[in-house]
Ligand binder design. Structure first.
Ligand code: ADP
Ligand code: MG
Ligand code: MG
Length: 906
C-alpha cells in the first residue's frame, strides 16, 4: 500500500524538513516545526505523489486515499479535541498548497473548510462570538467559490467578472452604504446577511449551490489545491523559474486557528532577518483581528512587528512588541531557535488566537542579492555556517543583481509603477527618454543621461544602446535583440512593455492616459521589469567591501578557470577588475567596428576588393600595423595571462561598402572604376553567409590573410618579450571542420614563427595553436582535430546554431512558441542544450583528450556566463569558461558552487 498521507502535530510528525520533494516545502517544514515542539496546529499532508496520481488519472483520487485521510483526520480530531463536521464542537481546517520549491501566490489555499449551516450554531455557541463565525464563513464562501467552484472547474470569466471580484464588490458596496471603513467594522448581523447574499450570487453566477456538507467541502478543496498546480499562473511561473511540470504540489490539511476572533487575535508574517538588506534584525508585519490572507492582500495596511520594522506608512500603528509583549517575546525566541536550527534566514507565518501563538509556516526566505551577500558573510562571522556554506548561500543570479547599481528598494516602495515589462537586463537606471539611437548618442555626448525607448531594437541601434543608461522596448521577449545585447553588457533593460504606445513622429510615448515626451525622466528596474516616473534613488552594491571578501572565499573553492571575452582595451580592464584569468576570446574584427574603425576598415575593404594577390598583399601590409597594435595592447594589459586571439571570422561581404562616397574612395585607392568596386562587392554576395566564405576558409583561399594575422600576433608578442614582458598568445582558428584545415594554417604559422624568431633573435615565443569547435563535424572528429591543436574552444553560439539548424539571428519568429509549447525547455543560445549540443561537447572532450591528454579546453559562447552552463562545463572537465566581463563573478561563483556540489556528491 502506498502511503499518501503524513501526519504532524503534538510534538511529533511522520516527515521532516528534508522531505520537501514528497511533502512540499510547506508540509515538510510544518512537520519539522512540529518535531521541534513548536506550537503548530495539528494536521496532515497529502503527498505530491498523490497529486500526480490525481492529475494523471483525470481527477480521481487513489483508492486507498479516503481511508488514510479518515484516520489522519481522526488523529487530528483527537489532538484538537474537536470533530470535523460536528454540530456541537466543529473542527475547521485549511487546505493548503505547497510545492517542493516555493511558488509564492501561484497556487491556492482554502481556509475555514467545514463551516456550514450545520456547524455554525455550534461554533457560535462555543466561541460566543457570532461576528467571528460569520466573518469566517464569508471568507470561506469567497475563497471556495473562487478556487474550487470557478478556477478548478476551468471556468474563465471575463476580466473583472470572476466570482471573487463580484463578491468583493458586494462587500465593498455594503461597506460604502453603511459607512464601514474597514472589514473589521462590519457587525455580525450584516456579515450574516452578506453570507446569504454571497450564496445566492454563487448560485446565480456559477449555476450550482454552495456545498453545505463539510465532507464535500474538504474533498472539493483538496482537489482544487491539486488542480491549482496546473493553473495558468502556476504554469507560467514554472516556465520562468524552470520548475519541471512533473513535481506536483502537496496538499496540507491543517486545523484552523483564528486570528479573527477580536482584538487579542492576530495574524502576521515575518523574516528572521531583513530580506531587503540582510540586516540581522527581526522584520515583519501583523494585523490584529484578521485571517492570514489579509496581510498579503493589502486591503489593510499591516502594523509593524517591532520598532525595527517601522517605516513612514506604518509608524503610526502599534507594533506587536508594544501591543502583546509576551507573545512577541515568545515569537522572538522561536525566531532565534528556528534560525539556529535551520542555520539560515527564514520567512515565517504565524497566527495569534486570543493571545496564544501558533506557527503556520516557515521556509528559507527569499532575499535580494545584497541581502544574500550580507547574510552569508554575517552568518559566517557568527559561526552559524561554514565557508563552504557561505559560498553556496549566494545564487549566481543574485550576484548579478549586486554588480549593477540598483533602484533603492525603499524608494521603490513609495513610488508607483507606470509600466511593466520583462526583466531583460539587470540593475536600475534612470534618465531622460529618447526615441532614436542617434538621439541617445547625441544626448549622451552632451553629457545627458538617457533611457532609449524603442519599439524593438536592431543591430543598428547598438551605438545608441551603448550610450543609454537603460533600454526600454515595447515589444520583444527575453531573447530579443535588446535583451541579448543588454544582458551581455550588464545593462539595465526592460523589453516587451506592451502598454507603452510609441509615437516616433511626435517623439513621445503614451502609457494609459498619460503622455511622456522626449526628455521626460523615467526610472527602470531591470531586475524586475518595472518602470517608474521620475528619477528614483540608486544604490551601488559593488561598493560593498564584502563583495570582494566574498569573492576571495569563492575562489578558494573554485578549480575551473574563468576567462573573459574581450575585444577592446576597456573591456579588458573591466574584466581584470572582475577577476578574469585570461582572455578566452579576442575577436580581431573588433577593430573594424565602431569608434576609431575608419582607417582599418578602409584598408580591410581595400583588401577584400582586391583582385590579385599583389593587390591583396599590399592592402594587408597596410592593415598589419593596426592589427598588431590592437593585439599588442591587449597582450600587454593581460601580461602573464593567456589571450586567445581568433583569426578573422566573419564573411567578408559584411564589410563591403555600400555608400557611394565609400565606393568612390575605394575606386580611387585601388585605381579602378567605381563600377568595378560595385561589381566586385556584388560578387561577394552569398545566399547563406553564416555558412559561407568565412573563418578558416578565407585563409585557405587567401593564405596571405592568415599569414598577416599570425605575423601580427607573433610580432606583437616578440616585441613585448623584448621589453621584458610575458605575453601568452593563443592563436585560434575559427569555423574549422577538418584537421587538414588546421594543418594548412599551421604550416603558415610555423613559417612565420621561424621567421620572427630569427628577426628578433629569440629562442622561443610561448604561444599555443588551437581551434574553435563550432561545427558539428569538427566535434565528431575531435580526436583528429586534436592532432594539430594545443587547445579547443567551444564556440557554443555557432555550435548551437549548426546543431539545431536554428539561425541565431532568426529565432525571433519561433523561439517563444517552442518555449511556450514546451518543445524545448530553455533557449539554447542562453543556456547550453545539454541533451544535444552537450553531447557533442562531451564527446569531443573525451576524444580530444584521448589524442592529447593535456589538451586545454574552454568555451567562449554566450553561455559561458550562464550558471547552468558553467556547471555543465565543470562536469565535463573543461579547463576554463570564458564570458563577457560583467558575468565573470557569476561564472566564478557558479564554478565554485559546481565544485562544492560535486564534492558533496550531489
Ligand atoms: P500561501 O502559500 O499562498 O502563503 P498558505 O497555505 O500559507 O498560502 O495560506 C494562506 C494564509 O492562510 C497564510 O497567511 C496562512 O498563514 C493562513 N493559514 C493557512 N492555514 C491556516 C490555518 N490552519 N489556520 C490559520 N491560518 C491559516
Ligand atoms: Mg504561506
Ligand atoms: Mg563562430
Amino acid at each position: 500500500m502506498t502511503t499518501y498521507v503524513y501526519s504532524f502535530g503534538n510534538g511529533a510528525a511522520d516527515g521532516d524538513a528534508t522531505q520537501a520533494e514528497l511533502l512540499g516545502g510547506k508540509g515538510a517544514n510544518l512537520a519539522e516545526m512540529a518535531q521541534l515542539g513548536l506550537p503548530v496546529p495539528a494536521g496532515f499532508t497529502l503527498s505530491t505523489d498523490c497529486c500526480n496520481d490525481f492529475l494523471s488519472s483525470g481527477g480521481n483520487y487513489p483508492g486507498e486515499l479516503r481511508e488514510q485521510v479518515q484516520s489522519a483526520l481522526a488523529a487530528v480530531e483527537g489532538i484538537m479535541g474537536m470533530k470535523f463536521g460536528d454540530p456541537e464542537n466543529p473542527l475547521l481546517v485549511s487546505c493548503r498548497s505547497g510545492a517542493r520549491q516555493s511558488m509564492p501566490g501561484m497556487m491556492e489555499t482554502v481556509l475555514n473548510v467545514g463551516l456550514c449551516p450545520a456547524t455554525i450554531p455550534g461554533l457560535i455557541k462555543k466561541t460566543g462570538n457570532e461576528r467571528f463565525v460569520y466573518d469566517a464563513y464569508r471568507r470561506l464562501i469567497m475563497m471556495y467559490a473562487d478556487v474550487v467552484m470557478e478556477k478548478a472547474e476551468g471556468i474563465e470569466p471575463i476580466d473583472g467578472m470572476g466570482i471573487r471580484s463580484q463578491l468583493d464588490r458586494i462587500m465593498e458596496d455594503l461597506k460604502e452604504e453603511k459607512n464601514y471603513i474597514s472589514d473589521t467594522d462590519i457587525p455580525a448581523e450584516d456579515l450574516k446577511n452578506l453570507c446569504d447574499t454571497f450564496k445566492k450570487t454563487v448560485r446565480e453566477v456559477l449555476g450550482v449551490d454552495f456545498p453545505d456538507k463539510p465532507e464535500d467541502q474538504l474533498w472539493g478543496a483538496i482537489g482544487a489545491v491539486f488542480k491549482s498546480w496546473n493553473g495558468r499562473r502556476a504554469i507560467s511561473y514554472r516556465r520562468i523559474e524552470g520548475i519541471p511540470d512533473q513535481w506536483g504540489t502537496a496538499c496540507t490539511v491543517q486545523s484552523m486557528v483564528f486570528g479573527n476572533m477580536g482584538a487579542t487575535s492576530a495574524t502576521g508574517v515575518a523574516f528572521t532577518r531583513n530580506p531587503a538588506n540582510g540586516e540581522n534584525r527581526f522584520y515583519g508585519e501583523w494585523l490584529p483581528d484578521a485571517q492570514g490572507e489579509d496581510v498579503v492582500a493589502g486591503t489593510r495596511t499591516p502594523n509593524p512587528l517591532n520598532n525595527d520594522t517601522k517605516n513612514e506608512q506604518n509608524a503610526h500603528l502599534p507594533s506587536l512588541e508594544e501591543e502583546m509583549p509576551k507573545v512577541y517575546a515568545q515569537l522572538y525566541e522561536i525566531r532565534n531557535n528556528l534560525e539556529k536550527h535551520y542555520r539560515d534566514m527564514l520567512d515565517i507565518e504565524f497566527t495569534i488566537q486570543e493571545e496564544r501563538l501558533y506557527m503556520l509556516q516557515c521556509r528559507v526566505g527569499k532575499r535580494t542579492g545584497p541581502a544574500a551577500l550580507n547574510m552569508a558573510m554575517d552568518m559566517l562571522e557568527e559561526k552559524m555556517i561554514t565557508e563552504k556554506e557561505c559560498v553556496m548561500r549566494v545564487k549566481p543570479s543574485q550576484l548579478d543583481e549586486l554588480l549593477h547599481p540598483i533602484v533603492d528598494p525603499a524608494h521603490e516602495k513609495t513610488s508607483t509603477v507606470i509600466a511593466k515589462g520583462l526583466p531583460a537586463g539587470p540593475g536600475g537606471a534612470f534618465g531622460q527618454i529618447v526615441f532614436t539611437a542617434q538621439d541617445a548618442v547625441d544626448w549622451h555626448k552632451s553629457g545627458k543621461q538617457v533611457i532609449l525607448v524603442r519599439e524593438e531594437t536592431n543591430p543598428e541601434d547598438v551605438e545608441g544602446m551603448r550610450a543609454a543608461e537603460g533600454i526600454l522596448t515595447a515589444r520583444g521577449g527575453m531573447t530579443s535583440h535588446a535583451a541579448l545585447v543588454a544582458r551581455g553588457w550588464g545593462k539595465c533593460c526592460i523589453v516587451g512593455a506592451a502598454m507603452i504606445k510609441l509615437d516616433f513622429k511626435a517623439k513621445e510615448m503614451r502609457i494609459g492616459g498619460k503622455v511622456y515626451k522626449e526628455g521626460d525622466v523615467v526610472t527602470l528596474n531591470g531586475s524586475k521589469g518595472l518602470v517608474y516616473e521620475g528619477a528614483l534613488k540608486m544604490v551601488d552594491a559593488t561598493e560593498n567591501p564584502r563583495f570582494k571578501a566574498f569573492m576571495t572565499i569563492v575562489d578558494r573553492y573554485r578549480t575551473m578557470g574563468v576567462r573573459t571575452n574581450a575585444d577592446s582595451p576597456q573591456d579588458t580592464l573591466v574584466s581584470l577588475e572582475y577577476g578574469a584569468e585570461g582572455i578566452g576570446l579576442f575577436r580581431t574584427e573588433h577593430m573594424f567596428y565602431g569608434g576609431d574603425s575608419e582607417e582599418p576598415l578602409f584598408l580591410l575593404r581595400k583588401m577584400i576588393l582586391s583582385d590579385t594577390e599583389d593587390e591583396r598583399r599590399q592592402a594587408l601590409e597596410e592593415l598589419f600595423p593596426f592589427m598588431k597594435r590592437d593585439i599588442q595592447a591587449t597582450l600587454e594589459t593581460m601580461d602573464g595571462m593567456p589571450v586567445t586571439i581568433r583569426l578573422l571570422d566573419p564573411p567578408l561581404h559584411e564589410f563591403v561598402p555600400h555608400g557611394r562616397s565609400h565606393q568612390e574612395e575605394l575606386a580611387k585607392a585601388l585605381d579602378i572604376d567605381i563600377d568595378d568596386v560595385v561589381r566586385r562587392g556584388e560578387e561577394l554576395q552569398e545566399s547563406n553567409p553564416m555558412m559561407g566564405h568565412r573563418g578558416v576558409r578565407l585563409g585557405i583561399t587567401y593564405p596571405e590573410i592568415t599569414e598577416m594575422q599570425v605575423r601580427a600576433i607573433l610580432e606583437a608578442a616578440a616585441e613585448l618579450i623584448r621589453q621584458g614582458k610575458n605575453p601568452l598568445p593563443e592563436i585560434m582558428v575559427p569555423v574549422t571542420c577538418d584537421v587538414k584545415e588546421l594543418i594548412f594554417a599551421k604550416a603558415i604559422t610555423d613559417r612565420v614563427y621561424a621567421d620572427i624568431l630569427k628577426t628578433f633573435s629569440l629562442d622561443a615565443i610561448d604561444y599555443k595553436y588551437g581551434t574553435m569547435i563550432e561545427i558539428p563535424r569538427a566535434a565528431l572528429l575531435a580526436d583528429k582535430m586534436a592532432e594539430c591543436a594545443d587547445f579547443f574552444s567551444f564556440g557554443t553560439n555557432d555550435l548551437t546554431q549548426m546543431t539545431f539548424g536554428f539561425s541565431r539571428d532568426d529565432t525571433g519568429g519561433f523561439m517563444a512558441d517552442y518555449l511556450d509549447r514546451g518543445i524545448i525547455e530553455a533557449d539554447p543560445f542562453q543556456t547550453i542544450d545539454q541533451d544535444g549540443v552537450g553531447q557533442l561537447i562531451q564527446y569531443s572532450v573525451e576524444r580530444g583528450r584521448k589524442t592529447r591528454p593535456d589538451l586545454k579546453i574552454g568555451i567562449c559562447g554566450e553561455q559561458g556566463g550562464d550558471p547552468a552552463s558553467v556547471a555543465f562545463c565543470y562536469a565535463n572537465n573543461l579547463t576554463y569558461v570564458s564570458c563577457s566581463p560583467f558575468r565573470i563573478p557569476i561564472a566564478r561563483l557558479s564554478a565554485a558552487q559546481a565544485a562544492l556540489k560535486a564534492e558533496a556528491g550531489k
